[in-house]
Design a protein around this ligand. Structure first.
Ligand code: 3PG
Length: 336
């Protein structure tokens, strides 16, 4: 059974809080705060219960070495403002045994090779900063990394409030869904999504494909999988596909959307993603949308609050829906 933060004794405890800090950054500033705002209930719970905490997280894929473009310093500045409290920044791993300030945040975990390689020594070092561990990072819970899976073997571990909520919402969407049930899949991280498409095509009435997945030849001919019929310079789905996709959404009763249809950050190629977002915003269907890029697109179109549930997870959301065991949830006792 999932161990919940609500049931943890926190008073005077040092907590390691794994968070989804992989947020869009522009010119050294946080340009979309959705993931950080989603962390607030857990942070407030920790503050209310007099816990001290060290927030840990990653940004991008620096590959085990420092990269100034992917520093979490802008996140610290943003969180300090959001919380109206000082958040101390550690650009290096603090020395073991050091007394940490009330709220601190560690530099991008993926600057250390031990994180993605799930090195036991790195997980043990992270665990040494706390009395207990809280995972509120659903978006990375499909990765068997030190801060997600390894750390839990050292200190008592709990699911944060957002993570708990994600599991509840995602767990219910495919239980006897109203039909037609449609999946819309796009985005850039094809390696995580592609293997899941055939499984989704079996449970869904239709799977609409955009983003880089539309170039995946392996998926051609899969029953229920619908590819765009035209494209805009290979960076977006084309006008005929937009018409076809929006009609299918209009008729749907349950929709899962993960991944933009094209390179929406460039306004020449935003039409497909915007059309899907606008159609979902007015749809009476039960809708679940997710993924960092999808969230950023919806925020930029001003449509995020029109979505019924927004999951922080991209690959994690899809793997969960596909019934795969997520290492981060396993570490919290979810499958036990
Ligand atoms: C995400 O944004 O989905 C997470 O940060 C996971 O990132 P990853 O695919 O680089 O592990």
């Amino acid at each position: 059974m999932l161990k919940l933060l609500k049931d943890a004794g926190l008073k005077g405890k040092r907590v390691i809080l794994r968070a989804d800090l992989d947020v869009p950054l522009q010119g050294g500033k946080v340009s979309d705060n959705y993931r950080l705002k989603a962390l607030l209930p857990t942070i407030k719970h920790l503050l209310k219960n007099d816990a001290q905490f060290l927030i840990i997280g990653h940004a991008g894929r620096p590959g085990g070495k420092p990269d100034s473009q992917l520093s979490l310093r802008p996140v610290v500045d943003y969180l300090s403002k959001l919380l109206k409290k000082e958040v101390e920044f550690f650009s290096e791993l603090p020395a073991t045994g050091i007394r940490l300030p009330a709220i601190a945040l560690l530099e991008n975990l993926r600057f250390w090779r031990g994180e993605e390689e799930n090195k036991p020594a790195f997980a043990k070092k992270l665990a040494s900063f706390g009395d207990l561990y809280v995972n509120d990072a659903f978006a990375v819970s499909h990765r068997a990394h030190a801060s997600i899976a390894g750390i839990s073997s050292h200190i008592p571990s709990y699911a944060g409030l957002r993570l708990e909520d994600e599991i509840k919402e995602l767990g219910s969407i495919l239980e006897r869904p109203a039909r037609p049930l449609i999946f819309i899949l796009g985005g850039a991280k094809t390696e995580t999504k592609m293997p899941l498409v055939p499984g989704f095509a079996k449970v869904a009435d239709k799977v609409l494909i955009g983003g880089l997945l539309m170039f995946d030849k392996q998926l051609e001919g899969t029953s229920n999988v619908i590819f765009p019929v035209d494209a805009a310079d290979a960076y977006d789905i084309g006008p005929e596909s937009i018409k076809m996709f929006t009609q299918i959404i209009k008729d749907a009763k349950t929709v899962v959307w993960n991944g933009p249809m094209g390179k929406w950050e460039d306004n020449r190629y935003e039409l497909g993603t915007r059309a899907v977002a606008e159609e979902l915003a007015v749809s009476p269907a039960k809708t679940l949308v997710g993924g960092g890029d999808t969230i950023a697109a919806l925020s930029s179109f001003g449509l995020i609050s029109d979505m019924k549930y927004v999951s922080l997870g991209g690959g994690a959301m899809l793997e969960f829906l596909a019934g795969r065991e997520l290492p981060g949830l396993k570490a919290l006792g979810y499958y036990g």
